[in-house]
Design a protein around this ligand. Structure first.
Ligand code: NAP
Ligand code: GLV
Length: 367
């Protein structure tokens, strides 16, 4: 019998790939840095692969999934926690399990969001740029610019899921007051964080800080920093496209900063450029964009925003261990290949922890 074939749309590291070949699969890794074109991807699924490892760059839509299902695809494993590039309801209809890589990236992404907050508030990049470009003339108490404190301030966490909670852990250790907005309120988590805050105060680490649930309006109006951690949902009653629209941006304090590590379309970028330019908020730091890489004609590239806007290349989960570790309990690559191995060795998708449509697949899955 021929070995099951697995197609991997990006190099996810030698060790993770090795795990697939050592498991007995015939593995093909897309050889270029750029993603495969939609046509190339279609050709691969039509050739009868059993497993497909994807990244956020690949469009996995209904037409592709229909062809994949007809040609015998048994699982899609995405190397990311977000899977808005995959039509999951279609995969379910076609009986294809879709796996993602939650949890292993929560700390890396949360700490990146935390560092972004410090970067924009304390003007780290403009400071380095001043030195590197030879424009640093003299030390002076307030010229050419000052930043804002982070410790002691209030942060609003919009979407207290896995990454939102990991971010809260870091903010609690940085003497911040925290407002949580989530549709589901995790009261035990809130109470546990408050206990940590109380203990820190009792031990003399600083003044007593608080964590509270808040409505979205309350959180936006009161926070010095607003950190977004909701997923991108493209349509329906839960849609989060332009969740941060102009009205919500303008509800923030003039001294407040927006931090986005979720997905670009969650923020209305044109509106953000406008509110930054007219000083309706103090600044923003963005790791994700509606179109990636960020187009050269984006309003976010306006030079007048240099001091108040930090831009990153979707790097939130970007550490060696988090992106590339072959260990499924450590790395995204390891977690994705583990789902492929388990499924192609016959595991029931309903019992696979990282299959996002495990409850919906029912009897549709092919053996
Ligand atoms: P998660 O555990 O599912 O958390 C999402 C949170 O958003 C939950 O608190 C959820 O709670 C809330 N939420 C969901 N839909 C909402 C809606 N319509 N309105 C308001 N709140 C909503 O996901 P996660 O693991 O923390 O990941 C979050 C996102 O981060 C991913 O989807 C991905 O896009 C992004 N991400 C980016 C990077 C990067 O490199 N920049 C890395 C990893 C992840 P309720 O449903 O109770 O409201
Ligand atoms: C990265 O953006 C992810 O969703 O894991």
């Amino acid at each position: 019998m021929n070995a099951p074939r697995v197609y991997v749309t990006a190099d996810i590291g030698r060790e993770a790939i090795l795990r697939l070949s050592e498991a007995g699969f015939e593995v093909e890794v897309h050889p270029r840095i750029e993603p495969p074109s939609y046509e190339e991807l279609t050709g691969r699924v039509e050739s009868g692969i059993a497993g497909l490892v994807t990244t956020i760059r690949d469009r996995i839509d209904d037409a592709l999934l229909a062809k994949a299902s007809a040609a015998g695809l048994r699982i899609v494993a995405q190397v990311a926690v977000g899977y808005d590039n995959i039509d999951v309801p279609s995969a379910t209809r076609h009986g294809i399990p879709v796996a993602n890589t939650p949890d292993v990236l929560s700390d890396a992404t949360a700490e990146f969001a935390f560092f972004m907050m410090g970067d924009v508030a304390r003007k780290l990049y403009p400071s380095e740029d001043l030195v590197r470009s030879g424009r640093w003339g003299v030390w002076h108490p307030h010229h050419p610019w000052l930043g804002d404190n982070v410790a002691g301030k209030t942060v609003a966490v919009i979407g207290a899921g896995r990454i939102g909670k990991a971010f809260i852990h870091k903010c609690a250790g940085f003497d911040m007051d925290i407002l949580c907005y989530s549709r589901t309120k995790d009261e035990k988590f809130r109470a546990d964080v408050q206990r940590v805050m109380d203990l820190r105060a009792e031990l003399g680490f600083g003044k007593r800080r608080t964590i509270a649930h808040a409505t979205l309006d309350e959180a936006l109006a009161a926070a010095d920093y607003v950190a977004l951690h909701v997923p991108l949902i493209k349509a329906g009653p839960d849609a989060t496209v332009h969740f941060m629209n102009e009205a919500r941006l303008r509800r923030m304090k003039r001294t407040a900063y927006l931090i986005n590590t979720t997905r670009g379309p969650v923020v209305d970028e044109d509106a953000l450029a406008r509110v930054l330019l007219d000083g309706a908020i103090a600044g923003a730091a963005l790791d994700v964009f509606a179109k990636e890489p960020l187009p050269m004609d984006s309003p976010l590239r306006d030079e007048r925003l240099f001091l108040k806007l930090r831009l990153f290349n979707h790097l939130g989960s970007g550490t060696y261990e988090t992106r590339l570790s072959p260990d499924p309990n450590v790395g995204m690559a390891g977690r994705a290949v583990q789902s492929i191995i388990d499924r192609l060795r016959g595991a029931d998708p309903a019992a696979m922890a990282w299959v996002v449509n495990r409850s919906e697949l029912g009897g549709r899955v092919k053996a």
